[in-house]
Design a protein around this ligand. Sequence first.
Ligand SMILES: [Zn+2]
Length: 171
Amino acid sequence: MMKIYPIVKYGDPVLETEAQPVTAFDDELKKLVADMFESMYAAKGVGLAAPQIGISLQLAVIDTTFKEDPKARLVLANPQIVRMEGRQQGEEGCLSIPEFREKVVRPKRVTVRAQDENGEWYEKTGEDLLARAFLHETDHLHGKLYISYVSALKRDLMKRKIRKLQRSGEW
Ligand SMILES: [Zn+2]
């Protein structure tokens, strides 16, 4: 039985907390990974980090093809960014900050070193959207959100709008 987790929204402290390393690569972890993919697809996302479902673990899933290519499904346990090159500018959003998108400058080509759901270490290099996803999801595991890269002025504006939505019970 798959479990679709609700997505934790901005304002919940779990999103701004350093997550714990994954140490047990057991059946429970494999079930969590499968549920995270389903939860990500249900939320129409291409990346999801465990803190976004309220679980403070260094674990994220990515599928930038959104189900098109099964080989594009990536599990990142204990990921580390090991190389970054170039520069890209593009709009970025986050399932935990719905309805908002902002321009964020990121490196264009990024190599991540991570463990899969079996605990096997691997390295993978991604460009453009995949590079952005590696950085965005790895940031989540260290309690960092993409809004920390937008200007203070824009960030304050976003926070004001979010507070308004919180007050009216729409967040
Ligand atoms: Zn996010």
